[in-house]
Design a protein around this ligand. Sequence first.
Ligand code: SF4
Ligand code: SF4
Length: 450
Amino acid sequence: MNPDKTLRLSSYTIQVELNDRKNQVLLIHGYTGAVDIVSKELASTLNHCNQLPESCIAKLTERGYLTFQDAEDEYAYVRRIANVLSRRNSVRKKDFTIIVSYCCNFKCPYCFEIERLNKNGKHTLTPSEAERLFDAMLEIEPNRKLHNNSITLFGGEPLLKSNLPIIERIVSLGVSRGYKFTATTNGYDLDSYLHLLNPSKIYGVQVTIDGIKDTHNARRVHSSCQDTFSKIIANIKAALQVGALIKVRVNLDSSNITEIQDLLIFLQQEHILGHKNFKIYGEIIDGEGNFCPTDYTKHNDNLDSNCFIETLSKVTPPLPYSLSLYTNIYNAIIRHQPISLNPQHCGANATTYILDPKGNIYSCHEYVGSEQNIIGTYIPHVNWNKEILDIWHNRISTHIDNCAHCKYALLCGGGCTVKAQNSHKQYCCDNFENKLIGITKLIFNNISHE
Ligand code: SF4
Ligand code: SF4
């Protein structure tokens, strides 16, 4: 504790000026999780806090924005919080993903799995392997109550028409054990799965659309069909009609970012955008990862991250991105929930287990099929590769030199492991500060348009 008990601005106070509310600033506190709107005048006085009225000081201190702790004490305090939160993560619900098959009917030029698909062969789960997989989930986490009831189906392409019998088997095995499913799919064969799309079986699907017709068709390439766009749009409409939740991901780089508004207009005309069960978000394809092989970005112009943020905030309606950060900030601002603090960046660092048809377990979707990142195996029994598992699960922001004193340590969690590894660093900020500011403005922007 500071011996003189000097009141000062906390090193973890984050200020975001709100565009549409010219005289207001959003304050976020990096370890109490407080979120408040204050006047610009008050925000500018925080550095000279002794000039503030006592009642104001008391409130700002209670929320964490002002503190009597010196910087070193605050860093040590945040390290202790981070250690507690990472122990909490180890007893949080586990999220399971099933890689049904590494086969795919698309040949997208930016696919992150392309380099590994051939090596991994065309193996698809068999019925007995599917049963083993559900037993393995209970070996990974014996307490069934600590399983997320929603399992993700992933690939390759999980919802290939030819996968229907094994998907029906997996869904039946899962439903009898109290699980339900979502699928990450290219959407091409979704019409073969309409009978499974309901709240107790496959209740939601994520589909990728990369632009209006011609652009999408050039990027989402089927092995024989030229017009994947029209079939996917028809399938989305059919899935919405049977009550499925549809989330569309738009993978953006410099070649299609300019078309995003046209895509939104098209989806609106088709009565898809605006449907209560439909959501859409954008993600940037960049050179450090994010579901694309490095050689794709080497041969394509990288999209500047700030241009991506700005474009998505200017289209109508403004488009969310970085969904977990967006949801965290959205819930705090709109639903008045405490902001979620975590020293670990994503599920891959704590709670995600991805089981593939070869009997391997991974923690990150981006690394499926990568031999160096197998954290364990589950056939015939679960067997951990402790060294690799520790690389993923012991990654805590306050244990990383550059992140230990960062005011975003419990909001960013030290950044994406894949991007850090690809950039040969211990951490990767990935424009976190600007994303946080951009998302906050975007949420307020959406409120003022409602
Ligand atoms: S480590 Fe990176 S790529 Fe992997 S799941 Fe986490 S954020 Fe995504
Ligand atoms: S990766 Fe960057 S933004 Fe994230 S905690 Fe570390 S230093 Fe902060």
